[in-house]
Design a protein around this ligand. Structure first.
Ligand code: GDG
Length: 491
């Protein structure tokens, strides 16, 4: 079967969406304007959501509504909040919604990331529930509902809402635009009812989400958890056969749509001379010995990603197998994230501390076993890192999908590279030829890293070949097509 492509998605969108409006809503904007050396420049923020949806928007020429968070955003945005993007080759419109500092603190850092994020991930960080956070969350959802509704008016429209920042938005939009077809994709896990019931506003959240026609999660397990939660908390009628819930006379279908990446684009770019050049410059910058065995971790610095846990496993490996001292370098690319939240600052310090201790104990002269690059890498540099690595270590304690794992696979266009992947990622349900690990067990991870390093080259290529087939076929265009096909069934 031919894999879905940008072109096949474009045709599908034209056929199915026709003249209807197609509007995506997310918190994070796909392009952010910043000041650099006194000039206005733009960047693409590091986020799985925006990386996945940008190709869809380019194909659909729709409208994207998001929080305008770049310091230079107001300078390039028209009075109604519009700007054409991508800035270098405009193909769709972005409508920026402005939030006050208080709103951002309480809605984004507060309720979304200090309550819902830990609540849904169950990574043993206690959620913080504060009334002022919740009030701001409701207020910002309402603000987005107003901004979206004024674009929809009385027209036929497909609204595609992203993520846990907008649990209340579907219900608000259903009231404002009853003719619209509304879908939401929840990019993070959904916990079981026992975990969710500690949330003081659990019923309001579920009610909000049941304003959708379709609610998507990465994997079936999260769908089942959601239905079980609704069953426990609301007077609703779950239909396990149809994987749907009927509430207030309206049916919401709950479906798994495993998200992915633009396989062909990444594969092609990763094999280019430009990537080789960047790899050489990274080697120089970080003084990586030419013949070292390079392992890679690449994540936002987030406690769900299991970064200290993976460092512990590397330390154990070096302790148990001294032959890897002076041969193995583990490169941790960690882009700082949510640094306004204390938990995240503490984590970054903890990682620094662990790296220092390991390097002190196992380093020899100029050779340091761990390189911690606490910076943002743009996609070309990230691709160079993927290509340089003999293995990638994805050790999330819990992850909706994990796109880094899929990008690593797509980048291996020469067929080499080994992926070690946590069993608690959505990706582990698809990437069966990865070495599956339990990040909570440092002993197990250390042994599996050793297996990865020692793996017979034929086996490496066989596994990577199968992984590449899987991601090639289940690419981002397939994800988008299945969401759009489901959406238009309602039209
Ligand atoms: C959430 C869920 C789910 C760009 N620069 C850097 C960097 N990037 C890009 C990567 C990748 C993305 O950021 C990270 O995506 P992940 O999926 O790995 O993780 P989250 O940001 O937590 O995304 C996740 C995703 O939404 C999509 O639904 O898969 O489960 O948590 O595309 O290329 N990444 C790093 N450094 C950079 O400098 N590490």
């Amino acid at each position: 079967m031919a894999a879905e492509s940008r072109e096949s998605l474009r045709q599908l969108i034209r056929r199915k969406l026709g003249r209807s409006k197609f509007i995506v809503v997310s918190n994070r904007e796909p392009y952010m304007h910043v000041f650099r050396d006194g000039r206005i420049d733009w960047i693409r923020p590091a986020s799985g959501v925006t990386v996945a949806l940008d190709p869809v928007m380019r194909a659909s020429r729709g409208l994207w509504v998001a929080h305008g968070s770049g310091e230079a955003d107001p300078k390039v945005t028209d009075p109604r909040g519009f700007v054409a993007v991508p800035p270098d080759r405009p193909s769709y419109r972005l409508k920026r919604v402005w939030l006050s500092r208080r709103q951002e603190e309480n809605y984004y850092y507060g309720f979304a990331n200090s309550a819902l994020w830990p609540l849904c991930h169950v990574a043993y960080r206690r959620p913080v529930f504060r009334e002022e956070h919740w009030d701001a969350y409701r207020e910002v959802n309402q603000l987005f509902a107003d901004r979206v509704a004024e674009e929809v008016g009385k027209e036929r429209a497909f609204l595609f809402i992203q993520d846990y920042h907008f649990a209340l938005l579907p219900r608000m939009l259903r009231k404002r635009c009853p003719q619209a077809i509304i879908a939401q994709f929840w990019h993070i896990p959904w916990p079981n009812p026992e975990v969710f019931r500690i949330c003081p506003w659990r019923q309001e959240i579920l009610d909000g989400m049941l304003g959708n026609d379709i609610l998507g999660f990465h994997i079936r397990y999260h769908c089942e958890n959601f239905i079980a939660t609704v069953d426990r908390e609301l007077e609703a009628r779950p239909d396990r056969e149809l994987t749907a819930v009927v509430f207030r006379g309206h049916m919401t279908k709950i479906r798994a749509f495993p998200i992915s990446i633009d396989f062909e684009d990444i594969s092609r770019r990763a094999g280019s001379p430009e990537t080789k050049r960047l790899a050489a410059s990274i080697r120089r910058k970080y003084r990586l010995p030419e013949n070292c065995i390079l392992g890679l971790g690449a994540d936002r610095i987030d406690y769900t990603k299991g970064i200290p846990e993976r460092l512990d496993a590397i330390a154990l490996l070096l302790e148990r197998y001294p032959q890897y001292r002076s041969r193995l370098v583990f490169f941790q690319a960690g882009v700082p994230s949510r640094t306004q939240i204390q938990e995240y600052c503490r984590l970054a310090e903890e990682v620094e501390e662990r790296v220092r201790a390991i390097n002190q104990k196992y380093g020899r002269g100029a050779w340091q076993p761990i390189v911690f690059a606490r910076e943002h890498f743009d996609l070309p540099h990230l691709l160079a890192l993927y290509r340089m690595a003999r293995f990638a270590l994805v050790s999330s304690l819990h992850d909706g999908m994990n796109l880094v794992a899929k990008e690593f696979v797509a980048a291996q266009s020469d067929g080499n590279g080994v992926l070690l992947l946590s069993q608690f990622t959505g990706a582990s349900r698809e990437l069966l030829d990865a070495i599956i690990i339990n990040p909570y067990s440092p002993d197990e991870v250390a042994e599996r890293i050793r297996d990865a390093i020692e793996m017979n080259p034929i086996e490496v290529r066989r596994r990577m070949g199968r992984l590449r087939e899987q991601v090639r076929e289940h690419n981002i265009y397939r994800w988008a097509s299945s969401v759009i096909k489901k959406l238009t069934k309602f039209a």
